[in-house]
Design a protein around this ligand. Structure first.
Ligand SMILES: [Zn+2]
Length: 81
């Protein structure tokens, strides 16, 4: 093991940081900090994988929903009767 030089923050990033990352809402520095931490932290790697799966599911579900509703504009729907 020769990975002693790298600084690992004492605290793990919060769940919402992972979500923000997945949705591309972090700043450049925040992204770099998170990626660096996850690269070195096994706990956060598994957490990150879970968040990633969750976000993928969310995005897939959203896409499926939109695909089912062409235009996706509730006001343009025809009345039922
Ligand atoms: Zn961590």
């Amino acid at each position: 093991m020769t990975q002693k030089l790298t600084f690992i923050p004492k605290t793990h990033p919060a769940d919402d940081v992972f979500e923000s990352y997945a949705f591309d809402r972090l700043s450049g520095k925040e992204t770099a900090d998170l990626e660096e931490h996850v690269l070195l932290c096994e706990i956060c790697q598994s957490k990150f994988a879970q968040t990633d799966d969750y976000v993928r599911l969310m995005k897939a579900a959203t896409l499926a929903y939109v695909a089912e509703q062409p235009g996706c504009v509730p006001h343009s729907r025809k009345p039922l009767l």
